[in-house]
Design a protein. Structure first.
Lengths: 254, 414
């Protein structure tokens, strides 16, 4: 009877939880937060949330699909990603780092409710800065929680259109909790610490199962200008990427 | 051993009905639990990629425009219908109003997320008021109000309508740690979160929505009782009857209701038909009634047979209408939006000291030298608590009834 009474009383208490992620930590494994978000209900399953990946000029990006990294495309790229799934992305042609590449993961944990027909015009923006790429190449692990800013608590400054503003939290802090206080977290970028096995076939464990995605054809790409604190970098040397890969660069989306 | 039991078996400590109730409760609890759906990718390399869900949609452009309903006035554009993508799958419907009662199916957020919209206009709580020195109290960020003075010394504040512009802005929180600390976070422990009861609660709340349709008010017929009370004695009924008419009763007149003033159920259909015909009168067709050379207004209801003629004395009613419009409903950071304020004296007397104030929200930055006004006005700005500006137009001349003006300015989305 005590168990029955506790379960009966715990039901309403659980329904009163706020729509925040205080029970989770930003450093949880990829996919954990998104899967719990799906269990909360709502129109999340099956929705391909448009997400735009921005990167410094010259950087090439390839999302994992069909068991591997098929095509490289110049940033920015816009993808439609399922909520709760983890997508592995290959980032190549990093300026001043020829031959090196990083494999960040992107996890969409919430969606936008853009008016119909405007979904691609207002995607979630995930920005790979040159500093983040350097950290990842140096062996650091970079976590970025992208959140939708609350207009009532918005920072009263004009953002640089080529550089997304961010707050820094130190080790031991929870970036997800900080993002929850500032707005509504919508995506998590994790970069560094993982590389595929040398010479092996595409590992589905490493690629998180290659969940389905949608590629959007860019109508008009924004002009690429460097951020104020970043020096324009020359293109990568001839040896990287390889000729076959370089020929695939700058191909439009299918 | 209890009397009545012939065997030597021990008697159970609990009665039989109590055990049955306990088993039923345990069964109910076990059946109400459901396994958590694990969408976390597994570590097995043999797991095939998840297939495209049946209800998946790609967010492709839909075939209807997104038009919002003004929460203040209720004016609406085309009704947003459920979108159908090019592949024939259903897309997410557009919220008719970002703060309205509509919410995406299954969305359990309270309130409905408004963080993707910039709001401007209206008068939020606490409402704005104007002091003796024309200082405005209670002017919130995003408010747009106008105040004026009336002939009899009153000072009235009028809000504009509220605009909602879709303009999400993203920022991020970054954390850079060493590899060793990250590896400590890798185990799967702690992934399980006891949130399954939330889904269980979602199923049990639909009962309240069945109370919305109540036809009892249309079924009740209270009026006939009142008409029955008109039955006086025989003499009065004879006097009030149409004895002096040439044709005692016309074909469309109910014998009891018109002839004797008694309304009965048997004549309700007859009376309803005639009443409907009377309601359809318009213009010069109805009976014209004048009281003291003043035309009276007729109050005709669809649930009563009589007509009440009244004359309402005209009172001064100063009113100022403020309409706010935006050049776009969607704007990305860095884009500009043109705002138009139309104010009109829709009252019946002149008003003075007309002042229009727009307190811009944080993410709207006024573009200098972009303010215009169609009537002579003094324009000024002052910083507000949202690190933006409060725009103020003081109309120089008084505003006669039926007159108005237009204000335009431009803002950049931060």
């Amino acid at each position: 009877m005590a168990v029955v009474l506790c379960l009966w009383l715990a039901g309403p208490l659980g329904a009163q939880q706020p729509p925040v992620h205080y029970w989770h930590h930003g450093s949880m494994p990829p996919g954990a937060i998104g899967s719990v978000q799906l269990q909360r209900g709502g129109p999340l399953p099956g929705f391909f949330q448009p997400l735009q990946i921005k990167a410094p000029p010259g950087v090439a990006i390839s999302p994992a699909e069909e068991g591997g990294f098929r095509e490289l495309h110049a940033a920015p790229v816009t993808l439609g990603l399922l909520i709760g799934q983890v997508y592995r992305v290959r980032v190549m042609n990093i300026p001043m780092n020829p031959g090196l590449e990083v494999f960040p993961t992107i996890e969409v944990i919430d969606r936008l409710y853009a008016p119909p027909g405007r979904e691609q015009q207002f995607p979630i923006v995930v920005q790979l800065t040159m500093e983040d790429l350097r950290f990842a190449l140096d062996g650091k692990f970079v976590t970025r929680v992208i959140y939708l800013e609350d207009p009532q608590q918005a920072v009263p400054f004009q953002d640089d259109p080529y550089r997304q503003g961010w707050f820094e939290v130190g080790p031991g802090k929870d970036p997800l909790a900080v993002a929850d206080h500032l707005g509504r977290p919508v995506a998590i970028l994790r970069m560094g610490a993982r590389l595929p096995k040398n010479g092996a076939a595409p590992d589905m464990d490493f690629l998180f199962g290659c969940p389905p995605l949608v590629k959007y054809v860019p109508s008009e790409q924004a002009p690429q200008t460097p951020a104020q604190d970043e020096t324009p970098q020359p293109p990568a040397p001839q040896k990287a990427p390889a000729d076959a890969v370089r020929q695939a660069l700058y191909r439009p989306w299918r | 051993m209890k009397p009545g039991h012939a065997t030597g078996a021990t008697y159970p400590p609990w009665p039989r009905w109590w055990r049955m109730v306990l088993i039923a409760l345990c069964t109910l609890i076990l059946c109400s639990c459901q396994a958590a759906r694990q969408n976390v990718p597994t570590s097995s390399s043999a797991v095939p990629p998840p297939a495209l869900p049946q209800q998946a949609f790609t967010g492709a452009p839909q075939g209807y425009p997104g038009v919002f309903v003004d929460p203040m006035t209720g004016a609406a554009g085309p009704t947003p219908a459920p979108g159908v993508a090019a592949d024939g799958m259903t897309a997410a419907p557009l919220p008719a109003s970002p703060v309205g009662p509509w919410a995406p199916p299954g969305l359990r957020r309270d309130p409905w997320p408004q963080d993707e919209y910039l709001s401007d206009g209206g008068d939020a709580v606490p409402h704005a008021s104007v002091g003796q020195e024309w200082e405005i109290n209670g002017l919130n960020v995003e408010d747009t109000v106008a105040h004026f003075d009336t002939v009899d010394g009153r000072r009235i504040v009028t809000p504009s309508n509220r605009l909602c512009i879709y303009s999400p802005r993203f920022r991020s929180v970054r954390q850079v740690v060493g590899l060793r600390q990250n590896e400590q976070r890798d185990p799967w422990a702690g992934v399980h979160q006891p949130l399954k009861l939330v889904r269980h609660e979602d199923v049990t709340i639909a009962a309240t929505s069945k109370q919305q349709v109540q036809l009892e008010a249309e079924i009740g017929r209270d009026l006939p009782g009142m008409y029955r009370s008109k039955q006086g004695d025989g003499a009065m009924s004879t006097v009030n009857g149409p004895v002096a008419f040439q044709d005692r009763l016309l074909p469309f007149e109910a014998p009891l209701a018109i002839g004797q003033g008694v309304v009965q159920e048997s004549e309700m259909a007859w009376l309803t038909h005639g009443t409907t015909a009377a309601i359809a009168w318009s213009g010069a067709q109805p009976v014209q009634v004048f009281i003291d050379r003043t035309r009276a207004a007729a109050e005709v209801g669809d649930r009563r047979l009589d007509v009440v003629y009244t004359i309402k004395e005209r009172k001064a009613s100063p009113k100022l209408r403020v309409i706010k419009l935006a050049s776009t409903q969607f704007a990305a950071p860095g884009e500009t939006i043109d705002f138009t304020l139309r104010f009109d004296n829709v009252g019946d007397e002149v008003i003075g000291n007309v002042t229009v104030v727009d307190n811009l929200t944080t993410r709207l930055e006024y573009v200098p030298q972009s303010a215009q006004c169609s009537v002579p006005a003094q324009f000024s700005t002052e910083p507000n608590e949202a690190d933006s500006l409060a725009l103020r137009w003081e109309i120089a001349d008084s505003l006669p009834a039926g007159q108005g003006g237009i204000i335009r300015f431009r803002c950049r989305v931060r």
